[in-house]
Design a protein around this ligand. Structure first.
Ligand code: ADP
Ligand code: MG
Length: 218
């Protein structure tokens, strides 16, 4: 499903190069729920953005479903991303002036808007948000915001969901709820990769991998 092959990422700064990721190798099979755990600054976000086609590595190759994603052109890659990958971020990344339904519909890649809106409504129902359909993010609790982001990530039924510290701003109860939704989605056949510095995701994981100073450990 996902293959990270000899991936390195360095950032050039005023004081020289910072190696965020040093020669990462990782294979994730279809249907796995993988947690990558590491302290702040260990390269988790860098790795996840690279896997998600959002940040080109300095070296190495990333395959998602047999596609070398950085060999695609910019437009093809963004299309591939929209269809195949759902993202969940720590800070939710919702559009502040759109309501819950419209935020979920941001993931829409085409098709009949009425039908898609019904589909989004059903998804909101399943995530316990049917009473929040027309609220804007500022009118939602943190847990509701993140469930909206989860609904958006699931909208196109992508085979892969990537989550970067998805419960970093949530209390334990809401964190559990978010992980339960990701776990349910995973049990329907999707692959889920969560990067986090804490241990709350671990009970849901088939496999936990540690990341330290830009290096993956078994
Ligand atoms: P984590 O998500 O585990 O906290 P990151 O992947 O964000 O770690 O960062 C890993 C390292 O790379 C850090 O030292 C960070 O400062 C550096 N880094 C990340 N992104 C950038 C960037 N855009 N420019 C320069 N340095 C960066
Ligand atoms: Mg991070």
């Amino acid at each position: 499903m996902v293959a990270v092959e000899n991936v390195r990422k360095a950032f050039r700064g005023p004081h020289g190069e910072v190696a965020a990721l040093s020669t990462a190798n990782l294979r994730v099979e279809r249907g796995e729920f993988v947690v990558i755990r590491g302290p702040s600054g260990s390269g988790k976000t860098t790795l996840l953005l690279a896997i998600g086609g959002m940040q080109r590595p300095s070296a190495g190759r990333i395959m998602v479903e047999e596609t070398d994603i950085y060999a695609l052109g910019e437009k093809e890659r963004s299309r591939f991303r929209a269809e195949k990958i759902g993202f969940v971020f720590q800070m939710f990344h919702l559009v502040p002036y759109l309501n819950t339904l419209e935020n979920v519909l941001m993931a829409r890649t085409g098709g009949d808007r009425g039908r898609q809106a019904r589909k989004a409504g059903e998804l909101l129902d399943r995530l316990g948000l049917s009473g929040r359909t027309y609220h804007r993010p500022a009118e939602l609790s943190a847990g509701e915001r993140q469930r909206t982001a989860v609904a958006r990530a699931m909208f196109n039924r992508p085979p892969l969901i990537l989550a970067d510290e998805p419960t970093g701003n949530l209390d334990p109860e809401n964190a559990t709820e978010v992980f339960e939704h990701l776990a349910t989605y995973n049990k329907q056949g999707a692959t889920v990769i969560v990067v986090t510095h804490g241990g709350t995701a671990e009970p849901y994981a088939d496999r936990v991998i540690h990341l330290r100073d830009g290096l993956l450990e078994r």
